[in-house]
Design a protein around this ligand. Structure first.
Ligand code: ATP
Length: 308
């Protein structure tokens, strides 16, 4: 099942929080939804989940507009979280799964499996409010998954987690995606998203600035730049090639096409040993900066701090 967000717009008074937002969340892949404070991530997720209504636009699954009933099969980890603080972790997970119509046996089996996968076994009998924030967050992830959702939406699932907890949660999300469930997660931690996600959607000022697979985005936004480390790097000095940086035994250059870059490599090989030849791909942080600063902020769009 592919989730298709199509031309969603939403205003709060005079503030246009979302402006014609469109993107896909594909099964089997982790899609990272990235943007700064107030960019529109939570608003988009709430609209997908049906807890907030859009002014215009549609959310579709495989081409069919989403019906309210279908959304009950979604899993959601809201930004404001949402577990009952006084209820014990295991009891609460079983309860939530039962609310979605699962039998006691299946609900219990799912809860126990998630408790184990998220390494919460030692706290399963404690009320949520007694857990550390990181463990509460793991419990939230379990709550979003315990009823076997067919689409998973997580608002900032990694914020406040230590690196080991990030890995534990990530493994669970990757397994979920591998079972064919589309997973959309928002984050402002670009390094984490870069490591974890297959697809990216970049939003700023309520508009989608870039979307696609991590590799596609790197490809689209990379300058045609190469790095060569070799005995003799003088091959890069030739018409059509722009040398960006050079040092003993190494050179970074831009070449307008792959064939010309390959001829630099062939030449360098003819002259001696080549230790490295590779295209230089930009990091996500660089792409993000490029696509987000490309567009000036629009009137009335704040940084989201006033509401928090
Ligand atoms: N209920 C609301 N009433 C008024 N303005 C709102 C409301 N919800 C969101 N906004 C505004 O809409 C814009 C988008 O907010 P949103 O929470 O979707 O951003 P975000 O990308 O999730 O940001 P953050 O990372 O800070 O949570 C912000 O300017 C915010 O102040």
């Amino acid at each position: 099942m592919t989730i298709q967000v199509r031309q969603i717009s939403k205003s709060f008074g005079s503030l246009k929080a979302l402006d014609n937002v469109s993107f896909d969340v594909t099964p089997g892949r982790l899609t990272g939804f990235v943007g700064g404070n107030g960019a529109g991530k939570t608003t988009t997720m709430r609209i997908i989940l049906g807890v907030l209504s859009q002014d215009s636009g549609t959310v579709l699954t495989n081409g069919t507009p989403l019906a309210a009933g279908h959304r009950s099969a979604f899993g959601y980890m809201p930004e404001e979280r949402g577990l009952y603080p006084k209820m014990k972790v295991r009891e609460q997970l079983v309860y939530l799964a039962r609310l979605h119509g699962l039998s006691r046996e299946v609900a219990t089996a799912n809860a126990d499996a998630l408790i184990e996968r998220l390494e919460l076994g030692h706290r399963a009998g404690d009320p949520v409010e007694q857990l550390s924030l990181g463990n509460q967050q793991r419990a939230q992830v379990a709550a979003a998954l315990v009823h076997e959702p067919d689409f998973l939406v997580l608002d900032e699932p990694f914020s406040g987690l230590d690196p080991m907890a990030v890995d534990v949660v990530l493994n669970v999300l990757t397994e979920t995606a591998e079972r064919g469930i589309p997973v959309l997660l928002s984050s402002h931690q670009l390094d984490v998203v870069e490591r974890l996600c297959d697809d990216l959607v970049i939003i700023a000022g309520g508009q989608i600035r870039a979307a696609g697979s991590k590799d596609e985005l790197r490809e689209q936004h990379s300058p045609p730049r190469y790095r060569l480390r070799a005995d003799d790097v003088s091959a890069a000095t030739r018409p059509g090639v722009t040398v960006i940086e050079t040092g003993p035994g190494e050179v970074t250059f831009d070449s307008p096409d792959e064939a010309l870059a390959q001829s630099v490599l062939a030449d360098a090989l003819a002259r001696g040993a080549v230790r490295e030849f590779a295209p230089q791909r930009p990091r996500l942080t660089e792409i993000f900066r490029e696509v987000v600063t490309d567009a000036a902020p629009r009137d009335g769009h704040d940084d989201g701090e006033d509401r928090k």
